[in-house]
Write a protein that binds this ligand. Structure first.
Ligand code: PMP
Length: 400
């Protein structure tokens, strides 16, 4: 029977991953092993080991049963936009009004929309490498051409002024992420001042991914939107996913200049058509919480960072790039002679422990693996101890 061929898929989609691997091979193999009954310790994915707090779920339930299940206001409800604006004003000192806020279905949708605002098709969009796995694909989805700024492990993975300046020629936007996934770097005042200077000098939009802003262990979170003259050229992406363990609720925001937000509302009307009202009500309830919800959700990661540090200190092969924030630990495994990918694959084969190869996050993290601190303390300690003893073993060929 003659087969009817589909017309070609757009280049935008067929080139979304630039023909490369999506970096999730170890994760997928770990899932497949687990499905076959192998007891895999999965330290790949950035998701809490707790669910959304029952009090937030109660607020969601009340809102849904109270009838907030129809189309919600596309820009976000007035209450949630105000809650986000007040939060941002209080934490950054930058006066922020509801008109500066667009509610989005998660930070991921915010990243896409922010690049749609900043870039025309073919414009160069900068991003820092190591990077969160979706970044290059997100920029391509928005029609931009991604260009990496390599961030040296020797500088704690903070971007250097010279590298930013060199990359900025002809670019339209710069995407940064602090606290950083995958490195745990929290950008200090000097780094942020350099970033702001480069954005001003090259007339760039700054897209600041701050979804880990409540998870800072050393220093404090600084938003570059608060730097001189930066509010007019900065789009901040925020989310309830990490701060409130609401990953599945898909709720986040963009904060930016009012005129840009007005145009982003047009984009939302013609793409997402907003976020469910009952989710927004639950988010507004959670942001109004004056208790210790955020601190409680963040606390395990600080504790587990200390566990990782203690274990790494007890040996000399693997180095920890001390995470200043977020829910990950980057381990430098170069002294084993293996690539991050080789290490992660062999660790999965030999010890059923899954970690992300640094290469999944770009060139600058080669020879590293990222450990998500997202299993309970005892399992983490056991898995890390086995990982470190594996790192000290002779290479596979020598044991064959
Ligand atoms: N930015 C970073 C750096 C992330 O790690 C993530 C999720 N892992 C996101 C954005 C997207 O988060 P969400 O869409 O769940 O808000």
């Amino acid at each position: 029977m003659a087969q009817t061929l589909s017309p070609p898929v757009s280049r935008r989609l067929s080139h979304l991953l630039d023909g490369g691997s999506d970096g999730w091979g170890v994760y997928r193999r770990a899932r497949a092993l687990a499905a076959r009954g192998v007891a895999v310790t999965d330290l790949t994915i950035g998701e809490h080991d707790i669910g959304t707090d029952p009090a937030i779920l109660d607020a969601m339930d009340r809102a849904a049963r109270g009838g907030h299940t129809g189309y919600a206001a596309v820009p976000g409800t007035e209450a949630l936009r105000r809650a986000v604006a007040d939060r941002v004003s209080a934490r950054t000192g930058v006066p922020t009004a509801p008109a500066n806020v667009l509610i989005t279905p998660g930070g991921q949708a915010g990243l896409f929309a922010a690049h749609m605002a900043a870039c025309d098709p073919g414009d160069v969009a900068l991003y820092c490498d190591p990077y969160y796995a979706t970044y290059p694909g997100t920029l391509r989805a928005a029609g931009a051409v991604p260009r990496a700024v390599l961030c040296d492990p020797a500088r704690g993975f903070q971007p250097a002024r010279a590298a930013l300046d060199a990359a900025a020629q002809g670019a339209r936007s710069l995407l940064i992420n602090t606290p950083n996934n995958p490195t745990g770097a929290v950008y200090g005042p000097e780094t942020l001042a350099d970033i702001a200077a480069v954005c001003r000098a090259h007339d760039l939009w700054l897209i600041s991914d701050e979804v880990y802003d409540t998870q800072v262990w050393d220093g404090r979170h600084l938003s570059p939107r608060a730097l001189p003259d930066m509010a007019a050229r900065t789009l901040v992406v925020g989310s309830m996913s990490k701060s409130h363990a609401m990953t599945g609720s898909r709720i986040g925001w963009i904060v930016g200049p009012e005129l840009v937000v007005a145009q982003l509302i047009d984009l939302a009307t013609n793409t997402t058509y907003g976020v469910p009202g009952y989710i927004q009500d639950a988010a507004a309830w959670a942001l109004a919480d004056t208790g210790d919800l955020e601190a409680r959700i963040a606390a395990p990661f600080r504790r587990r960072r200390a566990i990782a540090q203690r274990l790494v200190d007890g040996q000399s092969v693997v180095r920890l790039v001390p995470p200043q924030g977020a829910m990950y630990a980057m381990l430098d495994v170069r002294a084993t002679g293996m690539s991050g990918e080789g290490f992660a694959e062999a660790l999965l084969d030999r010890h059923a422990i899954a970690v992300m190869p640094g290469e999944s996050f770009g060139r600058a993290a080669a020879g590293h693996v990222r450990v998500a601190l997202t299993v309970d303390d005892t399992r983490l300690e056991d898995a890390l101890a086995r990982l470190l003893s594996f790192a000290g073993e002779p290479p596979l060929e020598a044991t064959a």
